[in-house]
Write a new protein. Structure first.
Length: 272
């Protein structure tokens, strides 16, 4: 489960970082909402890598045997609310820009291409945490290829970051704060709401599927995701020039070398 101590010999560096963060920083990132599991459904064989099909000879305490992932594998997980059919514990639902869930009203039953129209797919709801996530497109404001520097007016640590240092749809708008403003100001509201925000690092880490890599996320519900770093809205307390991001090549959380770096952004709403 997220926050549990994993078999270190069985995991790559990214997964070790996740485990360490869950142990050392749990108090700082405490939250009361349900958490997703890791998505790991294979076994780690300590000194000899991972086994897609568990042999029964691996070290005890395998991550796959616990939490929602373990229940899904054992067939004891309650029925998922969304259309997710994977063997792990994630449970997602596609949502159109009208705010309707897929297969309800005029929202298509199983949209595959995100867009900007009222009845096009715009978001994915996480039925475990209750959070609603932006889905990236290939063109326009929410394009997967845009990048943004970290910026927050009045940041409590005294460092607002770097304004518009990325490459995006509109010159001078390429930082995390302005992107959030621009998404909230669209003529057709993204999934019929205008309170989109930057996710905390724990929220962002929660949709990382550690059973995958490049990218470490479910591509059915989060298409157009690059295997790259994605900014969270969480400052890095020991150094006011840094902020937390999640690397979706392996799904690990880390801090950057500075808020002036241009990374991707995925907005969220709900929670907090």
């Amino acid at each position: 489960m997220r926050g549990a101590v994993l078999q270190l010999g069985a995991m790559n560096f990214g997964r070790v970082v996740v485990a360490m963060l869950g142990v050392c920083c749990a108090a700082a990132w405490a939250q009361t909402r349900p958490l997703n599991d890791t998505g790991i459904t294979f076994c780690g064989a300590a000194t000899s890598g991972n086994n897609a099909t568990c042999l029964g000879t691996e070290p005890a305490g395998q991550d796959k045997n616990y939490g929602r992932d373990g229940a899904a594998l054992a067939g004891t997980l309650p029925a998922k609310l969304g259309g997710s059919t994977g063997t792990n514990g994630f449970d997602f639902t596609k949502v159109c820009n009208s705010g309707q869930n897929a297969d309800s009203g005029s929202c298509p039953a199983n949209p595959t291409t995100p867009g900007y129209g009222t009845n096009e797919w715009g978001c994915t709801k996480d039925n475990v945490t209750g959070l609603l996530w932006e889905v990236k497109t290939t063109t326009g404001l929410r394009s997967m290829n845009h990048s943004y520097t970290w910026f927050k007016t009045g940041s409590p640590d005294g460092n607002n970051g770097t304004a518009s240092g990325g490459t995006c749809a509109a010159a001078g708008r390429c930082d995390t704060e302005k992107y959030t403003q621009d998404v909230n100001a669209q003529t057709t509201a993204l999934c019929n709401v205008r309170d989109w925000r930057m996710p905390t690092v724990k929220e962002l880490e929660g949709i990382a599927d550690l059973g995958r890599f490049n990218p470490a996320i479910d591509p059915t519900y989060f298409p157009n995701t690059l295997s790259s770093s994605v900014w969270s809205g969480s400052p890095y307390a020991p150094n006011s020039s840094y902020a937390w991001f999640v690397g979706f090549d392996g799904g690990y959380a880390d801090f950057s070398y500075g808020r002036s770096y241009a990374y991707q952004v995925r907005l969220v709403r709900g929670g907090q």
